[in-house]
Ligand binder design. Structure first.
Ligand code: SAH
Length: 249
């Protein structure tokens, strides 16, 4: 298990104190890769103050303008959420997710994404993720403070790490690397374009088709070779469509 292959991503954080609190929570548990997507106030003295002796995590934090940039090179992405969303997604609690992360982080880049203090992650952002993480709470009040949610997730990862080496998992012996988020996004764009050309997807009434396809491929997890095969099929489909339409004209 390599904790350095795990990154914590905070999206659009409003309160710099929460950024500092998250940095401290991470360092306490042995994680150090912090990504900040368009934070409202950063750097900020309140972040430094709340980070206490984790100022180095803040100094080395990577700031990006968008979430896709922060997770572009990741092969496994988890999104945290305090509530149920419209389309059910693979969902585990923090402990279950820590087990999944442990299996992936030996060889893969893993991201755990946290949302805005006031409204969490959007459905679109959650649909970029392979797996959703929910921290079980009282039904009366399910929304934790952001830094405290980071603390619990990092603690669960620490507990798995503390057990020592895990048995080798099938994924670790895979012959081809798993596709990065960036390449998956290119595939989804190509797939959508092809489905529109085929008139299978109506852009005026897309329903939840792309969300369901994202969920399907996110659940399976494609390796780079499988992804190239599918891209090749899409390219040939596009060409064949153009030829047959040319013939009709
Ligand atoms: N009102 C928002 C909650 C925002 S709390 C919502 O309903 O989604 C800010 C962030 O803390 C969330 O986006 C999530 O990253 C994390 N968080 C808070 N409570 C959580 C919980 N019970 N399970 C998982 N993550 C949680």
């Amino acid at each position: 298990m390599n904790l350095d292959n795990i990154r914590i991503v905070l999206v659009n954080t409003s309160h710099p104190g929460n950024i500092g609190g998250a940095a401290r929570a991470m360092k306490n548990m042995g994680l150090r890769n912090l990504y900040l997507v368009a934070p409202h106030k950063f750097p900020h003295e309140e972040a430094n103050w709340r980070a206490a002796s984790a100022g180095d995590v803040l100094e080395q934090a990577t700031v990006t303008a968008t979430l896709p940039e922060a997770i572009a090179d990741c092969q496994f992405v988890l999104g945290t959420s305090a509530r149920e969303r419209r389309i059910p997604w693979p969902l585990l609690d923090a402990r279950g997710c820590a087990g999944e992360v442990a299996q992936r982080c030996a060889n893969e880049q893993v991201a755990i994404v946290f949302g805005r203090e006031d409204r969490g992650l959007t459905n679109e952002e959650l649909q970029l993720c392979n797996l959703h993480l929910n921290i079980p709470t009282s039904a009366d009040y399910s929304s934790l403070n952001l830094a405290m949610a980071v603390q619990i997730v990092c603690y669960e990862i620490r507990m798995v790490w503390a057990q020592g080496d895990l048995p080798v998992q099938a994924d670790e012996q895979w012959d081809t690397p798993f596709a990065t988020q960036e390449n998956m996004e290119r595939f989804y764009a190509h797939l959508e374009e092809t489905l529109v050309a085929l008139e299978f997807l109506d852009p005026a009434a897309p329903r939840q088709l792309m969300a369901r396809l994202r969920r399907l491929y996110g659940r399976v997890r494609l390796d780079e070779m499988e992804l190239n095969i599918l891209r090749g099929i899409l390219t040939e489909t596009g060409k064949s469509l153009q030829r047959s339409r040319g013939d009709d004209a």
